[in-house]
Design a protein around this ligand. Sequence first.
Ligand SMILES: Cc1ncc(COP(=O)(O)O)c(C=O)c1O
Length: 426
Amino acid sequence: MSTYTDRMFTEEELAEIRAQFYYVDEDYYGRKRLFFDNAGGSLRLKKAEEAFHRIDSMPDASEHSNSLALELAALEDRGRDDIKHVIFNAKSGTIYPTYTASQIAMEMVRVILENAKGTNVVTTMLEHPSVFDAARMYSEKHGMELRVAGVNKETGGVDAETILGLIDENTALLCCMAASNISGYIYETENICKKAREINPDIYIYIDAVQHAPHGSLDPEKWGADVTSFAPYKFFGVRGFGIAFLSDRVSAFAHHRLLGKAEDDWEIGSPATAQFAVITEIINYVADLGKKAFPEETDRRKLFEAGMQRIADHERGLLWMMLEGTGDVPGLRHIPGVIVQMDGKDLMTRDLILGVEFEHLTCQQAVAEYEKRGVITFERALTSMYSKRMVEAFDSKGMVRLSPLHVNTPAEIRQFLQITQELAAL
Ligand SMILES: Cc1ncc(COP(=O)(O)O)c(C=O)c1O
């Protein structure tokens, strides 16, 4: 069909993959549906949920000395090791786990701006409010100028040159996403970090990878990022955990801490052992996908990368089908009455997220009509504080966000496109 569809999962592989997630084709009440709102919280990996329940049901405290407590402590350490070395591929730095990725954003922007030298902060129009508002609050507090890089309406992203054009030797902090949660655009993270450091070697860089983590590997040390965050509930895992990598220089900053602990220890309070076990299960799942492609490989990070690559390959095939159709059913680009927003032509720069508008329906009406027909989507409306800034940046009246996952099949995309044709004709 296209080079984008060359490396998709086979039917057998998809059947195996789908069996490992809850509620893939029906909801909690057994109603048939297509779940295309994974960017708001992804389908859950059964093994992750089972591990969470099994471990969290034990009252034993991992910091105590009874035998089960020691087992729990070992599971936590395994999880910490997995986060640092497999998900972040980090040799240095510290892991900072807390309740949400938003808390990480607020806390890290606060801590960095209390310590960094400079007179301005650079961010982009597409940032999540937790990052954007933190950059705004703390730049104001420290009398720094906030510079905001605008969007590229063609690609659905923010160009590296636009961001770099705002950075100078006085830029204290750059806050930038790895991928957009409205358009799926993948930022040129490594290029941006490298060139930003050429302009100001002392700059601090915060990369919000919450959106990108379920679609591609993260590599903060290679990128040159000081902070990189993700949220397991958007990555096949469980709500109630947000995790960041902190570079050595950032982890050394004064922060809330029990004084008896190591200076670079950012964990406060009793650790949530079950949450760490969830991460290990997510990695096991992705590494297993990698192992099928590279049966001889034993390095866990390499297997994880290979698994994420397979996920990305399949998702790009699905994205192409959504846009261009499935042969007998036209794609979103070709259905009269449907407007694809932020429709960058190079799909290699896009994760599996789309924004569409309907000529005859508001985004809220379209989301409701989709739900009547068994498709769960999400409205990015002008009335939402999570969406307004981004939606306006693309001159939109509000969009329907479509975020399937690598578990979806070509047949489901075909079904979705047929339903979209119905909506466009309303
Ligand atoms: C790109 C991005 N960053 C940050 C967040 C905040 O994550 P959390 O819900 O864990 O606070 C989200 C959540 O939607 C997001 O999409």
